[in-house]
Design a protein around this ligand. Sequence first.
Ligand SMILES: NC(=O)C1=CN([C@@H]2O[C@H](COP(=O)(O)OP(=O)(O)OC[C@H]3O[C@@H](n4cnc5c(N)ncnc54)[C@H](O)[C@@H]3O)[C@@H](O)[C@H]2O)C=CC1
Ligand SMILES: C[N+](C)(C)CC(=O)CC(=O)[O-]
Length: 484
Amino acid sequence: MRIAAIGGGVIGGGWIARFLLSGHDVAVFDPHPEAQRIVGEVLANATRAWERLFQAPLPRPGRILWAGSVDEAVRDADYIQESVPERLELKHRIIAEIEAAAPGTALIGSSTSGFKPSELRQGARHPGRILVAHPFNPVYLLPVVEVVGGGAAAERACEILTGIGMKPVRIAREIDAHIGDRLLEAVWREALWLVHDGIATTEEIDDIIRFGFGLRWAQMGLFETYRIAGGEAGMRHFLGQFGPALKWPWTKLMDVPDLDEALIDRIAAQSDAQSGRHSIRALERIRDDNLVGIFQALKANDWGVGQTVRAQEDGFYAREPARAEGYPLRLHQARVSGGWVDYNGHMTEFRYLQVLGDATDAFLIHIGLDADYRAQGRSAYTVETHIRHLAEVKAGELLTVETRLLGHDAKRFRLHHAILRADGSEAATGEHMLLHVDTGAGRAMPMPPALLQALERVAAQDRAPHPDHAGAGIRPIRQREATA
Ligand SMILES: NC(=O)C1=CN([C@@H]2O[C@H](COP(=O)(O)OP(=O)(O)OC[C@H]3O[C@@H](n4cnc5c(N)ncnc54)[C@H](O)[C@@H]3O)[C@@H](O)[C@H]2O)C=CC1
Ligand SMILES: C[N+](C)(C)CC(=O)CC(=O)[O-]
């Protein structure tokens, strides 16, 4: 699928990173003289975040193609994401330029925070393909995207956005600022009043959010949280108890404080005092690391955004094999990322196991033990592993894993992986015993005929003698060696 991004600022950069990391090439147009540096920095942070977030091997990233005009960027595009500044006349001009050059079937998603599809579509040639696809910052991590504007175009857009790990929420009726920003504006307005009235500083307000209800919102929304707050009687009791307070003067409602110089100075100075010791890129990395931790906790709990991460990983595991035919099997490749390197300047030990584990997952998919199979309550568990670390591996190297099946019976199979460097030399080997299990009962069970037949087919290819080290453990240290 061919993707174009028009605008590569905070949000455009995030979109570009998400598409690239999902394996799509992206044609980009942004006239900013430093657009390539800015997008490059966002992409570096996004890559770092994805490497920390996902256990599964990431797709091979797409290529970024810098275009000299809107026309050049969108000429061959199937999906175009517009992320230019929030000015309606500018968005109209860009949409007209896109429509003049893009294929008639291409979808146009706008990142607009507030404009309605009917406003964006004014004067358009093919209005039905113009949609709001409003994301949240950082786009490369937060999955939700508000899709406004109906019909087949919205359905196709949702498919595309789901394919890059997003959670599209379709909004049936267009309103200014959709849903998310309507909620955020209300909180933002109150916060500005609190600073304006000298009741709280920016830091105190942020502390109340991040040590308090902000933590709840990451895993349950407003309604589920308040249902619990109603105690055993749930939402009805909550509404009964706190409903009247809605009419008390707790909030400033629609009044907006005058954002005059004095208030802007006060907020900016307080914000500098609170966070000025970090650069924006450093703050982004702190934010991303925290989000990754939250996502991983929710993945372990199989809840909320954790389910999105798991679904995305299942997609990564089901990728194309490095080489489907031939033997030993070549089912997995990995690029050594900078983050895998330790204080010795080479790939750290547990990353060898990650590469081997990913190769095992690729083998499981190869024999049909994939996500659909696991959904039936059966899987394979590794019960024993022996790794030999044979060579140092540096950041950026491409590793290829060769896999052999050294034996199997009704419930078990024994794999041998060799991790090869680009010159074909062995960087490591791994030998693993796997057990076929009933995951509900938590115990071994015989494999069904289809899985056994798949193993037989692989076994028939394994004609070479087993490697000398197969079945060996760590050698004892003899006294002569120890004192030499
Ligand atoms: N910043 C945020 O938190 C969010 C912003 N949005 C929406 O995303 C859109 C973009 O906002 P940001 O990324 O924050 O703005 P930004 O100012 O960071 O980026 C806008 C980019 O558009 C480029 N640009 C300007 N004119 C252009 C043109 N004629 N052709 C191509 N590129 C052009 C600029 O050089 C800049 O790089 C807006 O509609 C905004 O409402 C949506 C969600 C969150
Ligand atoms: C401030 N904002 C209106 C641009 C925010 C958004 O649109 C969404 C977000 O990421 O908070």
